[in-house]
Design a binder for this molecule. Structure first.
Ligand SMILES: Cc1cc2nc3c(=O)[nH]c(=O)nc-3n(C[C@H](O)[C@H](O)[C@H](O)COP(=O)(O)OP(=O)(O)OC[C@H]3O[C@@H](n4cnc5c(N)ncnc54)[C@H](O)[C@@H]3O)c2cc1C
Length: 375
């Protein structure tokens, strides 16, 4: 499977990515190919029509896609966070209603936790779900909803009381009366991670039926805890993206350093550049091993909070560092759109920010270390 993806990336993604990325165009044909590979069902169980990949294989899929173009990993990731919430915490009816069409890619999902005033401090979210008879009425603004426009279902975190947050499955497919009270209030123009949409979504008296509550009545007040646990796999995925981008930056640097000559020899023969390549390769190798280790722990059913946080912290910082080092090795050419490095340099910082910034990872790691020490 990874070999097939590698061929797809080399043949269809790398030669074409600049054409879509710079103009921020959605890569329909590439996404169709992801669908044909079954990747919209990558981590969804086989019983629901998915591939049922384990965390280790999924991490390698994400790494390979990100070596080609990090945005392709983004197309499937928030979809699969939404699917994972349904599969792990949904009722039988919710699983049967949503998962098969999500696994085939016919229905797209997204994950909506962040708001304009709450990102790292996600529990401070303000979006409200108020009961009104048998229905719920949603009001609030959600920020940074990746895949939000194309998604037909949103895993939405909203406050059901002052001290409780619940997760709702919002059917965004237009009904006979249109989209109800949901609107895309802003398209966010981004430095990198282009080609797929990240939007602000507003809810104004949007009505949901009672069965939209994830997990049914038992899910009331559980949403935040569930979302955090889904983000553990999300962190391994972001770390794997970091490895993919770092690999692409390294590959570009290796090729260029052997080709470009100064002072009568390829720049790779200058010790300063050779040392850079050695350090880049070492960090890349370490990042990959950390992702592999965290994913294996998840697959073995072991606790992986510290390891997933460490992998995310190290791999994302490595991606940003290697993108800059690769740009240095490319000299002036690295600063042009003729070479892929400038895109990697623009894409890499997202991994430092998304699904918990590096500062938040350090908090997660240190808290978990202290908890383990106490145990
Ligand atoms: C392109 C993109 C796509 C995204 N997609 C999604 C999505 O699909 N769904 C979704 O729900 N969210 C999404 N996000 C949101 C993302 O998860 C948040 O941006 C991220 O968690 C950081 O939150 P923030 O932007 O509010 O930064 P803030 O929380 O305002 O942080 C600002 C700075 O303060 C630091 N900081 C904050 N608190 C502390 C602390 N206690 N100690 C030390 N430092 C601290 C942070 O590390 C950071 O450096 C996306 C973001 C981006 C940029």
């Amino acid at each position: 499977m990874i070999d097939t993806l590698r061929e797809f990336v080399d043949r269809d993604v790398l030669p074409n990515v600049a054409e879509f990325e710079l103009v921020d165009a959605y890569p329909e044909a590439m996404v169709d190919q992801l669908r044909a590979f079954g990747l919209f069902g990558a981590t969804i169980g086989e019983g629901h029509g998915g591939l049922g990949l384990d965390a280790s294989t999924y991490a390698r899929v994400i790494e390979e896609l990100s070596r080609g173009w990090m945005s392709l990993a983004g197309v499937i990731n928030s979809h699969l966070i939404c699917a994972q919430l349904i599969e792990r915490f949904g009722t039988d009816e919710q699983r049967a209603a949503w998962l098969p069409s999500m696994a085939s890619g016919e229905l797209r999902g997204c994950f909506s936790l962040s708001e304009p005033d709450s990102g790292s401090d996600a529990a401070a979210l303000r979006c409200r779900a108020k009961k009104d008879g048998d229905e719920l009425v949603i009001n609030g603004t959600k920020m940074w909803v990746t895949n939000g426009e194309r998604a037909g279902i949103v895993a939405l975190l909203a406050r059901t009381s002052d001290d409780a947050i619940s997760c709702f499955l919002v059917d965004k497919q237009p009904g006979p009366e249109g989209d109800g009270g949901i609107s895309i209030s802003r398209h966010i123009d981004k430095l990198g991670y282009r080609g797929l949409e990240t939007v602000e979504m507003s809810y104004a008296d949007h009505r949901l039926s009672a069965d939209s509550l994830l997990g049914g009545e038992e899910g009331l007040g559980q949403g935040f805890r569930w979302a955090l646990s889904a983000l553990e796999l999300g962190r391994i995925n972001v770390a794997a993206r970091g490895v993919g981008v770092a690999q692409a930056a390294f590959d570009a640097a290796m090729a260029y350093a052997q080709e470009r000559e100064t002072f009568g020899r390829p720049i790779a023969q200058h010790q300063a550049i050779g040392f850079k390549l050695a350090e880049m390769a070492t960090k890349l190798h370490a990042a990959r091993l950390m992702v592999t280790d965290a994913a294996r722990r998840v697959d073995a059913g072991e606790r992986a909070d510290v390891e997933a946080g460490m992998a995310k912290l190290f791999a994302s910082e490595t991606a940003a560092e290697l993108a800059l080092e690769s740009m240095r090795i490319h000299g002036g050419n690295g600063f042009t759109t003729e070479y892929p490095v400038e895109r990697l340099y623009r894409d890499a910082p997202l991994m430092i920010i998304g699904e918990g910034t590096s500062e938040i990872q350090k908090m997660v790691i240190s808290r978990a270390l202290l908890a383990r020490a106490k145990e």
